[in-house]
Design a protein around this ligand. Structure first.
Ligand SMILES: *[C@@H]1O[C@H](CO)[C@@H](O)[C@H](O)[C@H]1NC(C)=O
Ligand SMILES: *[C@@H]1O[C@H](CO)[C@@H](O)[C@H](O)[C@H]1NC(C)=O
Ligand SMILES: *[C@@H]1O[C@H](CO)[C@@H](O)[C@H](O)[C@H]1NC(C)=O
Ligand SMILES: *[C@@H]1O[C@H](CO)[C@@H](O)[C@H](O)[C@H]1NC(C)=O
Length: 208
């Protein structure tokens, strides 16, 4: 039979677990989180009919595909900040350069922080249309969400068109800083307040 004492101990254990899991916003379960984000790309319903581009996402286990043509670097790289599973996430936007645009089969998007094994990659293959032309030079393209990011942290992003004559290191990186926990989840989110959590823990410990 469970004594009240052991009941309190299990409460303490539960609280401890909760605090640990909400306190750290780091890098486990990267891939698994990608789908649980609920981000939807805004449709371009602004009167003017805009050309849209959709991708099929694959993983980056294949080596980077080199080609015979020069494809220039992308322009107008920007970011949307969102929250997925109580962690920071980012969607990358860009436009293809008109120079070499007809040779593009897709894009690789890399996101990394200072930690060398914290690199994430998306391999995006053109789905509709299969081939771009000059009319798509200012179409805004979007990655899928990069999730499981740390709040208030600097990241480097590289958008690489393929198959290009140049390897990845030719393409210049862009930089972003993720939003704070308070901005993304609201000032009252418990996730943003490890301090309050410790306080609950302290109270529960004194009960135990
Ligand atoms: C991703 O790469 C892994 C390891 O190379 C492979 O086993 C897996 O099938 C790939 N997943 C997809 C969705 O292509
Ligand atoms: C580019 O392709 C679209 C259809 O995919 C077509 O409507 C448009 O006229 C083409 N533009 C040029 C400049 O060829
Ligand atoms: C970049 O964005 C600006 C403002 O939205 C736009 O005027 C410009 O044409 C864009 N440049 C390219 C190359 O798409
Ligand atoms: C990319 O090419 C440069 C020379 O053009 C070379 O020094 C570098 O090692 C290459 N990087 C990769 C990842 O292949």
């Amino acid at each position: 039979m469970a004594t009240p004492r052991s009941f309190f101990f299990s409460i303490c254990g539960f609280l401890l677990l909760f605090c640990v899991s909400s306190g750290s916003g780091t890098s486990s379960n990267r891939r698994a989180n990608q789908d649980r984000c609920g981000y939807r790309v805004q449709s371009a319903a602004e009167g003017v009919r805009k050309l849209a581009v959709t991708f099929r996402a694959d993983n980056c286990s294949l080596s980077y595909p080199l080609g015979k043509h020069v494809i220039h670097e992308v322009s107008n790289v920007s970011f949307s900040h969102l929250a997925c599973d109580d962690q920071a996430a980012v969607v990358v936007h860009w436009s293809a350069s008109p120079l070499g645009i007809e040779h593009i089969k897709g894009f690789r998007v890399y996101l990394e922080d200072k930690n060398p094994d914290g690199k994430q990659c998306q391999h995006l293959i053109l789905k509709d249309p299969r081939q771009l032309n000059y009319s798509y030079r200012s179409t805004k393209m979007s990655s899928q969400p990069f999730s499981s990011l740390t709040f208030d942290t600097d990241y480097m992003v590289r958008v690489v068109p393929f198959p290009s004559l140049m390897n990845e290191s030719f393409f210049p990186p862009s930089f972003l800083r993720t939003n704070s926990c308070e901005v993304l989840l609201g000032a009252h989110s418990l996730v943003c307040k490890p301090c309050k959590c410790l306080c609950v823990l302290f109270i529960s410990n004194t009960i135990c």
